[in-house]
Design a binder for this molecule. Structure first.
Ligand SMILES: [Zn+2]
Ligand SMILES: [Zn+2]
Length: 270
């Protein structure tokens, strides 16, 4: 049987996604995905952060989320369900994040940068703030946070790398190269994996996170990669995966990475 994975799936618990975990599982099954990793937003309140918008689970929802994902794993013998979580990397909170993560039996942890200071630069309601930014400085700030997230060694995967381009504020390719090269170096040094996150194709930028330029560099540097839709609605599970797999093969990837109890598992790209 051909294996296919989707390792970044949200649920309605985070407050800005639609659908129960069961509905996502059914959607994945219909798309012939054989292994899914739920990765809903870890409660920001447990990391000492209170963003005004509802962007993560509530602390009291976490136990139910874990129980539900575990229950789903035994539902269909042909499908594997992994328990993951997407955690905001908040600088200076390494100890608190480590302490929180040690309490739960996650199969994998995605570390994501959504905030520069108090600005949630991925949130559509805060897009207008891009207009006042110096792009070079913005990319510097974003990538420094990503590198710090890798160096913290708290995470198995860095989420949606280069999402700072989400609303189409792009730097020329020549200026992007040093960011990708340094990211590859830091990923390798810290033993952190990347994801090819297809959600960017539905964002104003209409590109994967990361796109072809980054993927070529990461493949050349031997950085392991997982594949994910970042679905916030059941019909988004596996979105653009045919195109994504083709691109991964074209740049030279021959395998994908999955996780079990925070250890990597290799899946052949057929
Ligand atoms: Zn989300
Ligand atoms: Zn995210």
């Amino acid at each position: 049987m051909v294996k296919m994975i989707d390792y970044h799936i949200h649920t309605s618990l985070c407050g800005h996604a639609r659908g129960t975990p069961y509905q996502y599982l059914i959607a994945a099954r219909e798309k012939a995905i054989t292994e899914i990793g739920f990765a809903d937003h870890f409660p920001l309140a447990l990391l000492g952060c209170n963003s005004g918008d509802k962007v993560s689970m509530e602390p009291e929802e976490l136990a139910g989320y874990i129980a539900e994902v575990h229950r789903l794993d035994s539902l269909f013998p042909e499908m594997t369900v992994r328990l993951g979580v997407e955690v905001d990397y908040l600088p200076g909170q390494d100890g608190l994040i480590a302490e929180q993560l040690s309490r739960y039996p996650f199969d994998f942890v995605i570390g994501s940068v959504h905030f520069i200071g108090s600005w949630d630069f991925t949130h559509p309601a805060r897009e207008r703030e891009y207009r006042h930014k110096n792009l070079q400085k913005l990319y510097d700030d974003y990538f420094k946070l990503v590198w710090d997230a890798c160096r913290s060694r708290l995470f198995d995967v860095i989420g949606h790398l280069d999402i700072v381009k989400k609303f189409g504020y792009l730097l020329p390719e020549a200026e992007m190269e040093p960011y990708y090269l340094e990211t590859a170096r830091v990923l390798k040094e810290s033993g952190t994996c990347l994801e090819l996150n297809t959600a960017g194709r539905d964002a104003p930028v209409k590109q994967f996170y990361p796109g072809r330029q980054g993927l070529e560099i990461f493949c050349r540097e031997g950085i392991p990669i997982t594949l994910s839709s970042d679905a916030h609605a059941p019909q988004q599970v596996g979105r653009y995966f045919t195109e994504a797999v083709e691109l991964l093969r074209r740049v030279g990837y021959r395998e994908l990475t999955g996780f079990c109890r925070r250890r990597r598992v290799t899946i052949d790209l057929e």
